[in-house]
Design a protein around this ligand. Structure first.
Ligand code: 5GP
Ligand code: ZN
Length: 114
């Protein structure tokens, strides 16, 4: 757990949030500032700054993230499609330095993103 990391605190349930999915290594919860009717954040419980910090020991973690996305897409009835995004670094708009995947759906999403 990294000091002063809000997502570490949410994963550890030190900060309340509406956790909608949990496995031994992953949690998901709604984004506080949703950009689509469904906007969830899927995160590892352990602190990893961004996707560039993933290591070979994280193979099961990445599988668990995939599982979470699949189950959440079913739970939120996103059969028409959804988008999974991770911003890495300031130029990409990363504002929380704890790896997170935005799961967006419930409306038609345009491409390319801004
Ligand atoms: P980033 O810009 O790093 O890709 O995404 C960070 C996301 O975290 C933003 O969409 C922002 O709304 C969300 N966020 C920031 N702080 C909190 C928080 O305390 N709780 C929740 N649920 N979402 C947060
Ligand atoms: Zn963290």
């Amino acid at each position: 757990m990294a000091p002063d990391c809000i997502f570490c605190k949410i994963a550890a349930k030190e900060v309340a949030s509406d956790i909608v999915y949990e496995s031994d290594q992953v949690v998901a919860f709604p984004d506080i500032n949703p950009q689509a009717p469904v906007h969830l954040l899927v995160i590892p419980k352990k602190h990893i700054a961004n996707i560039g910090e993933i290591g070979s020991e994280d193979q099961d973690l990445l599988y668990q993230i995939g599982e979470a996305v699949k189950k959440l897409a079913e739970q939120y009835q996103l059969e028409d499609g959804y988008r999974l995004v991770t911003n890495c670094g300031t130029a990409a708009g990363q504002t929380v330095n704890h790896l997170h995947f935005h799961l967006l759906g419930g409306r038609n999403l345009t491409w390319p993103p801004g």
